[in-house]
Design a protein around this ligand. Structure first.
Ligand SMILES: [Zn+2]
Length: 147
């Protein structure tokens, strides 16, 4: 079983998170093969100042303008959570894991191109919208006894 590392700041932020965000993060952590090992919470909520610093850092590293969506600065409830694996996860595997989780969730029925999980820059970005719901078409392997 994989373990997801959080620090005390993150615990306070998790308490303010939208419920579906917690469910999708748990789903993602379960989806990662156990050989990957521990997963780190690298970011949940950011103040607007932190967000601006992160954008500057990315611009310095890549030389490109980088504009975030700002979803990490949304509060009440919190709607985004970044999770980094050990460096052994390549882009292909990271994206396959994101696709598997995305098949079970709908970010927003009105915008089907939007996804709950993205793998980019070495981490999974998990996000939810007030209309994020479980995808009813997805059939789990476990049979329900409700018919
Ligand atoms: Zn993110």
């Amino acid at each position: 079983m994989n373990r997801l590392i959080v620090d005390p700041r993150h615990i306070r932020e998790i308490a303010r998170a939208q419920r579906e965000l917690l469910e999708i993060v748990a789903d993602l952590v379960d989806e990662v093969p156990s050989i990957v090992g521990h997963l780190w919470t690298t970011r949940i909520w950011s103040s607007p100042n932190e967000e601006a610093r992160i954008m500057r850092d990315i611009k310095e590293k890549t030389g490109k303008d980088y504009k975030t969506s700002g979803i990490h600065t949304v509060d009440n409830p919190i709607r985004a959570w970044d999770i980094a694996p050990a460096p052994t996860v390549d882009d292909t595997m990271g994206k396959e894991i994101a696709d598997a989780v995305n098949s079970r969730w709908i970010y927003d029925y009105g915008r089907p191109n939007m996804k709950c999980v993205l793998y980019h820059m070495g981490h999974w970005h998990v996000q939810v919208h007030p209309r994020t719901r479980r995808n009813k078409e997805f059939k789990p392997h476990v049979e329900s006894d409700h018919g």
